[in-house]
Ligand binder design. Structure first.
Ligand code: TYD
Ligand code: MG
Length: 451
């Protein structure tokens, strides 16, 4: 006889008895998946002897933190790993999640006891990877296992300070009959790990794969259950990686960490702007330096444009690392407001270094790069620019302006083309850099023709 089954929403984890086209809890369409019912005891009320505590009576000691020595990692976590916290590390396959966590193990292996549970690789494979990263002391124990019950048994003999689960999609609990990676398995496994972390004060890192649309596979609830959600991202074609906190109960979500993937593991990039500007051509038309903001950190990137006469009926346009539609819109603004004849030109836009920038704050750089290439006039190499461009060609103020200017100053830039409305308030604080205010794309025209 077929066992009892229930339906779980893959978005929110809601459970229903019948299949429906739309999840009654979150309203998402076509997200219910059929899975065997977990053998939960229902109906009988057990008595719990619990007493609420007055908030004012709760004893409080500030959370204990472990510093890994990998500064970029510590910073993203808000100043080190919080003892007893549950951290989810999400990212595309092959981006370097296992490598990052193994490096964290290596840094802490002298001071802390660590259990690395891998459901994806054998102990031999992990050893091979570890050999690329350097020497490990005996503080790191490996377990190649997919059953969480077996992991719990192992924890009875040995209580580590830190446990790593690589990955949640391969783990399963014996009492739930659905396959690993299914909604109920992911939900219940995370629940078990939450109890392990909170009851025994073990810090647990959970690796989670990301689906095509960039979310950790499994219910969204997974993200609600953990204390911290980190995303590890990067372009397949580029070597740099960005670690970002999208949720953090113990720190801000504004910080990012930048790493570079080398043959011997991940290396911190202490100065991302310098890294992104490596090999920048000087005095070439079409090249503009833009202070982009990731989290709350400014990183200088080079935006390149190539505009040339088209030999096709319909001109070609491409945008790599920038928004294609935004590029078209900005070219339309130039055409209308400045009368620049771009309609018959091919245009290619590229953000060098493989970074992706989609902030409207960099509109002005895109416009400048396009104009610079079109006119074949190079912008001064010590100049950066930022600002949002509106549909009437006006230049609007942007957020994090001070951070952007400071970063440009730090890297030795001497001029900054920016929204005129923001010049006054920022000029006093930045005497070493010339702030050139523009209020419309028409002003920009004059600057490019001059330089
Ligand atoms: P990995 O940590 O296995 O990714 P994930 O766990 O996110 O799936 O990283 C895999 C990639 O990183 C793989 O393509 C090889 C590369 N790599 C290096 O370039 N250098 C190294 O030292 C290591 C360990 C991996
Ligand atoms: Mg892995």
């Amino acid at each position: 006889m077929k066992g009892k089954t229930v339906f779980f929403c893959t978005e929110c984890g809601n459970e229903t008895a019948k299949w429906q086209g739309r999840c009654p809890a979150c309203g998402a369409w076509n997200t219910l998946s059929e899975e065997p019912a977990a053998g939960k005891s229902t109906g009988s009320k057990s008595s719990h002897n619990v007493t609420p505590v007055a908030l004012s009576q709760v004893s409080f000691t500030s959370e204990e933190r472990i510093l890994t020595g990998i500064h970029e990692f510590d910073r993203v976590l808000g100043g080190g790993i919080v003892v007893g916290s549950l951290v989810l590390v999400g990212g595309d396959p092959g981006i370097g999640k296992s490598t990052l966590l193994l490096q964290v193990c290596r840094e802490l292996s002298d001071k802390k006891s660590i259990l690395y549970v891998s459901g994806e690789e054998s102990a031999r494979q992990i050893k091979m990877r570890a050999d690329r990263l350097g020497n490990f002391s005996d503080g790191v124990k490996l377990l190649s296992e997919t059953s969480l019950d077996a992991v719990e048994d192992a924890l009875r003999q040995f209580t580590p300070d830190i446990m790593i689960i690589d990955s949640i999609q391969t783990m399963s609990r014996d009492d739930i009959s659905s396959a690993p990676g299914s909604v109920s398995q992911v939900r219940e496994s995370t629940n078990t790990l939450l109890h392990i972390a909170k009851d025994r004060n073990i810090t647990v890192f959970i690796v989670g794969h990301v689906t095509k649309d960039g979310q950790v596979a499994g219910p969204r609830m997974l993200e609600h259950m953990v204390d911290t959600v980190l995303y590890f991202e990067g372009e397949q074609s580029a070597n740099y990686r960005i670690l970002r906190a999208v949720k953090n109960r113990f720190g801000s979500t504004d910080e990012i960490g930048v790493f570079e993937m080398k043959t011997d593991g991940l290396r911190e990039v202490a100065n991302p702007s310098e890294y992104m500007l490596q090999g920048r051509p000087l005095g070439e038309p079409g090249s503009v330096v833009a202070p982009a903001v990731e989290g709350s950190r400014a990183i200088l990137v080079e935006i390149q444009a190539l505009v040339c006469k088209s030999s096709f009926q319909i001109p070609r346009r491409t945008a790599a690392g920038a928004d294609y539609n935004r590029m078209n819109l900005l070219m339309a603004v130039l055409e209308k407001r400045l009368g620049t004849e771009l309609a018959w030109c091919d245009a290619y836009l590229n953000v060098a270094g493989g970074m992706r920038v989609t902030e409207p704050a960099l509109d002005l750089c895109i416009v400048t790069a396009i104009l610079s290439s079109f006119r074949n006039k190079a912008l001064n190499e010590k100049t950066v620019c930022f600002g949002e461009v509106g549909l009437t060609g006006e230049i609007r103020g942007v957020n994090y302006a001070a951070q952007r200017i400071r970063e440009a100053e730090k890297l030795g830039f001497e001029r900054c083309i920016m929204p005129a409305v923001q010049v006054k308030e920022l000029a006093k604080e930045h005497p070493n850099i010339e702030l050139i205010g523009v209020s419309s794309v028409k002003d920009l025209n004059a600057i490019i023709s001059k330089s």
